[in-house]
Design a protein around this ligand. Structure first.
Ligand code: SER
Length: 590
């Protein structure tokens, strides 16, 4: 079975059960600062899980590009990836546990033909925030699953979400494939990481919203949010030993073999898999229409880390320079029919990888010199100071194992425990920074973020009026305190232009115009002159938000009811974001 056959089987199965297929959204969440990347198929659907009406109805299905950096250390085993495709189906206030579980069971056992005795499931054991999920367990029993393959776990295993700090969440039931490996111990169960059980599907019963104070409140509707891992299921369907032995990775691995001359075998699985996984993830980040390039903050930083980690393993395998982009080319060629943005952004992907290749080539050489200096200075105990190892990590991108290998060649040990302490302190610092930074967001649907969202539309229209129609949105990020808007424009705005944009937005606010939402086909939206991201999924309806004859934009919402709700509008800063992209920060109501 090919990946595309699997995608279609899944979509068709749910379409025949009255779901509407929707397009895969960007890997970079729109308007939502609570996470850097789309980590699950539910992410673009947050407003609808919270109660907004979706133009395609209450039953949806798709395959979504996802990225999770939390699994980065597990990459190298048979099933973990940073970038992956999630097949998902949703009920927005429509069906619930019984139908959802039954459809999952039918898809796996009838459509894919996976033997039922290879499947184990887990359900929520209950705690103070929600009751024990006997309802799901009963459905599994009624479908013929014996008690010994139905496991009960607490919040850690069987509760999903919110994806960021706030948002929809709930108990889940997870579906595991038994690989047939021996149990690692008497207590081995689906929560064990030994590799016997591989999680393939997660059905979340989203009926709670977690707010900024950490309280769970009931949502206006009961939703189902499921996610089925494409790569993992593909491996199962093809009896592949790991996700890396499927058609999605074999061409990448062959290319690495060709470029390095190192044979792909167990002793180098780890290096190979990290390179293949990280470059696939990097290609998809660079290939997204948002134009994210390697950098020192946010998505750009994650991208740089992925590329450098891949690079250093390639250097270990003595790959020549220019290898990164050659591997990416294989990935682009493989995926561009399904994800056309990779074709559209091919040059951007290749150029950025070549740049990073040259840049890190230099940093790496410098770092190696510093490392030698540090190592020549060790005391009689022949142990490298943890501060030195951490400096090499932090400044030159040397992971601990890399430094350990260098040290070993000189008969020197590295204080790994000391390093880990520094590393954890550093992580904790960035976690706190991130938590601070990611407070709120459109995911919380608060009044402030909703109003700022409307202000973003007004700003977009004003910029186009003042600077010309070539201006278009490149990114948007909203916190309860301010909006941030990135747009294509290749020079600094003059103070007069900034004042004019502000004036236009304030005039529309003073005029007190209603914000009107309509649903229509993308063709109709286009004909009416709406701007925004057009989907190419046939038959899909979109929401169009209109403010008088001032702005018309395709958008999921939600928005303020009337422009007067915004109070007033002020641009605080206009600066460069990246080459050809400017960034505005603005506030309202002051
Ligand atoms: N949101 C759930 C998950 O990511 C189901 O898709 O596992």
């Amino acid at each position: 079975m090919t990946a595309q056959e699997l995608r279609r089987l899944y979509i068709d199965f749910f379409v025949s059960r009255n779901h509407k297929e929707i397009a895969s959204a960007s890997l970079i969440p729109e308007n939502d600062p609570s996470v850097l990347f789309t980590t699950a198929g539910m992410h673009p659907l947050v407003p609808y899980l919270l109660g907004e009406k979706h133009p395609s109805g209450q039953r949806l299905v798709d395959h979504q590009k996802c990225l999770r950096t939390g699994d980065i250390d597990a990459v190298g085993d048979a099933s973990h990836l940073t970038f992956f495709e999630m097949m998902g189906n949703w009920s927005l206030g429509d069906y619930f546990k019984k139908e959802s579980i039954t459809m999952s069971h039918e898809f796996l056992t009838q459509e894919l033909g996976i033997p039922q005795d290879k499947i184990s499931v887990t359900v929520f054991a209950g705690d103070e925030s929600a009751e024990r999920d006997e309802e799901s367990a009963d459905v599994w029993r009624s479908l013929g699953y014996p008690d010994e393959r139905i496991y009960y776990f607490g919040k850690k295993e069987n509760w999903w979400g919110p994806a960021g700090i706030t948002g929809p969440c709930g108990p889940d039931t997870e579906i595991f494939f038994d690989t047939g490996k021996e149990k690692c111990s008497e207590n081995c169960n689906p929560a064990c990481s030994c590799g016997k059980y591989v999680e393939i599907w997660n059905n979340v019963f989203m009926q709670y919203n977690k707010d900024t104070d950490g309280n769970y409140t009931l949502l206006v509707q009961k939703n189902v949010d499921t996610g089925l891992g494409l790569e993992r299921v593909l491996a199962i369907m093809n009896d592949a030993a790991s996700v890396f032995d499927t058609e999605l990775f074999v061409p990448i691995i062959s290319k690495i073999e060709e470029l390095t001359g190192v044979k792909y075998e167990e002793s180098v699985y780890h290096q190979y898999r990290v390179v293949a996984d990280h470059l696939r993830a990097s290609t998809f980040i660079l290939g997204d229409d948002k134009g994210i390039a390697p950098g020192n903050v946010d998505q750009g930083y994650v991208l740089r880390r992925l590329i450098r980690r891949a690079y250093r393993y390639l250097v270990q395998m003595e790959a020549p320079t220019g290898t990164l982009s050659q591997i990416a080319q294989v990935i682009i060629d493989h995926y561009k029919d399904v994800y056309p943005e990779l074709g559209r952004n091919e040059k951007f992907i290749i150029d950025n990888l070549d740049k990073e290749d040259a840049l890190f080539g230099k940093t790496l050489a410098k770092g190696l010199k510093i490392a030698t200096k540090f190592m020549d200075a060790v005391g009689e105990d022949k142990v490298l100071k943890p501060e030195d190892a951490f400096m090499l990590y932090d400044t030159y991108g040397f992971p601990l194992e890399f430094t350990q290998e260098l040290a070993e060649e000189k008969g020197i040990a590295v204080d790994a425990a000391g390093f880990n302490k520094l590393f954890e302190a550093h992580q904790e610092k960035s976690r706190q920074g991130a938590a601070q930074k990611f407070k709120g967001g459109l995911a919380d649907n608060s009044e402030e973020t909703t109003k700022l969202h409307t202000a973003t539309h007004l700003l977009n229209a004003a910029l186009r009026k003042v600077l010309g129609d070539d201006v278009y949105q490149r990114g948007s990020n909203i916190t309860p305190d301010r909006l941030r808007f990135d747009f294509s424009f290749d020079r600094k705005m003059t103070p007069e232009e900034i004042a004019e944009v502000e004036q236009i937005v304030n005039d529309v606010i003073t005029a007190g115009i209603d914000v009107v939402c309509e649903e229509m086909s993308p063709e109709e939206a286009k004909a009416q002159g709406a701007i925004g991201v057009f989907t190419d999924k046939y038959g899909e309806l979109v929401k169009v938000y209109t403010v008088g004859d001032y702005t018309k934009e395709i958008c999921g919402g939600p928005h303020a009811g009337n422009t007067a709700d915004l109070g007033s509008f002020k641009i605080q800063k206009e600066s460069s974001s990246s080459s050809g992209v400017r960034r505005i920060k603005a506030v309202i109501g002051k």
